[in-house]
Design a protein around this ligand. Structure first.
Ligand code: GTP
Ligand code: MG
Length: 204
């Protein structure tokens, strides 16, 4: 396919990623300016590369006309939180916004993937303005803790290294590393709630 057609296809997704990254980063700022703890620690975004769109089209037998409908993660936003509880605060925040319409949620916190992957995904519909008028596109928002991100980043780069043929014993070690990350997240939450309880009892 011609590069110009790809540019036209991807342009609105780029705009959406830029706008959404800015909006979520502003939320961090707004919390801080109000002296509040921000449930969002970091935000990043990316537009899927043409080569990985092509790869996905081939893998899932998607034709060009169906790309925008069937590939939900052309625009991707990643929100990193300190604690698991923050993830649900971010979900609520997204639910209450007028500019993001939730299409579907994928809860890999309660339904941990076989690999050990944990995260909360939300696919939203988001409106951008183009020279041809408004356009509603899909964006995948991945919400996870710093610890989950640490695991997913390394696991992803190893997957890439092994070109999807990861040896079974490596898979097993990554899976037990994921269990360690789960324990770590729980321990951090418990430390936090102990501190919060102590603070509350001082206030009484
Ligand atoms: P793709 O996995 O993107 O082909 O689509 P899907 O429809 O299967 O969606 P899924 O919700 O399974 O995955 C969406 C995204 O979550 C992926 O593109 C990854 O960024 C992330 N993800 C899902 N599973 C894993 C995993 O086992 N390891 C890592 N590191 N990331 C994962
Ligand atoms: Mg997948």
């Amino acid at each position: 396919m011609e590069i110009q057609l790809w540019r036209e296809l991807l342009n609105p997704y780029e705009l959406a990623v830029n706008e959404l990254t800015l909006k979520f980063r502003h939320l961090i700022k707004e919390h801080k300016e109000n002296g509040l703890y921000s449930p969002i620690e970091q935000v990043s975004g990316r537009v899927k590369t043409i080569s990985s769109i092509l790869e996905k089209m081939q893998k899932k037998k998607i034709i060009f006309e169906d790309i925008e409908d069937k590939i939900e993660d052309i625009a991707g936003i990643r929100i990193i939180c300190q604690f698991v509880e923050d993830i649900f605060k971010v979900v609520e925040l997204i639910n209450n916004r007028g500019d993001m319409e939730v299409k579907v949620v994928k809860d890999y916190l309660n339904n941990i993937k076989e690999s050990g992957y944990r995260s909360y995904h939300i696919i939203i519909f988001y409106n951008v303005q183009t020279i041809r008028g408004p356009k509603k596109i899909q964006v995948e928002i991945q919400i996870r803790t710093l610890a989950m991100d640490f695991w997913a980043t390394i696991e992803h780069s190893l997957q890439y290294k092994y070109k999807k043929n990861m040896p079974e014993h490596i898979k097993q070690r990554l899976s037990s590393a994921a269990s360690a990350v789960l324990l770590l997240d729980n321990e951090m939450s418990s430390v936090r709630s102990e501190i919060m309880d102590a603070q509350n009892s001082f206030q009484i």
